[in-house]
Design a protein around this ligand. Sequence first.
Ligand SMILES: [Zn+2]
Length: 311
Amino acid sequence: MNFFFKMVVGLSILLAAGCKQTTNKNLYLGNRQIKVVTTTTMIADLLNNAGKGRVFVESLMGPGIDPHSYEPRESDVSRLMDADVVFYNGIHLEGKMADLFKESSKKKHVFAIADGLLPEDIQKEIQSNTNDPHIWFDVRLWIKCLDFVSAKLIEIDPENISIYNTNKNNYLATLNDLHKYVKSQSEKIPIEQRVLITAHDAFGYFGKAYGFQVRGVQGINTVAEANSGEIGSLATFMVKNKVRAFFVESSVPRKNLEKLKEVASLLDPKFIISSGGELYSDALGPKTSPAGTYEGMVKHNIETIVKALVP
Ligand SMILES: [Zn+2]
């Protein structure tokens, strides 16, 4: 029996033993806070805003963690067990946790925030033609996720509806301003130079929302290694279109990008590709850093992109 299977079995035994009252999922909260567990730090930030004053939020994945390849640990099982509510991204972002969510959902509230979006909101990832999970990079979609989590918190804790509505309206104003800010910053870059080269295709939604062409060195899943054909065609594209900057992401290894630099210099020795800086993709920065909130992360990314691409 492998470790993961043992964990899932362990979780179902613990859930069955520990939760006499949970054959239905109604919570008796009284005045206590709701214990929320999330997968990514972005979702934790969303819940901290939507549930301010009523929730205690923990994320399973810390800063710099790649959710595509994240393997749940034994301690995650007990955190899921202790939670009143679990929020995860969905669209297979947390590919290795599906069984745990399924098992947990038998006994407690487990929600994929992507369920707050309409089918037409979901984009396909170009290379793999599978649904793209990186929904947080279009601020307007994140606003829909805010609506979704607020509605779920109200369902669970209806007595405090006015708190959730106030929180939602406050954070909605922040997100509306953020969307306008990203749009106006993007417009500083001439449209033909709005090309974003990154190590994995995390920025498809960002590109569509804010008018960037997005090219990645590898497919959407950071588990896959880029092959030399992909790197060659990207290097050719960059040399031909005079796109000189690429962006390194906090949760992606740099080796594919180093290879890209090398191939481009073989095509044209005078053409030097350089790093445009570091973008956050699938995790926020450390809690105390400016990119430690969703708002801070989105601002960091657009300001870094503008600095590198504005001629
Ligand atoms: Zn990703």
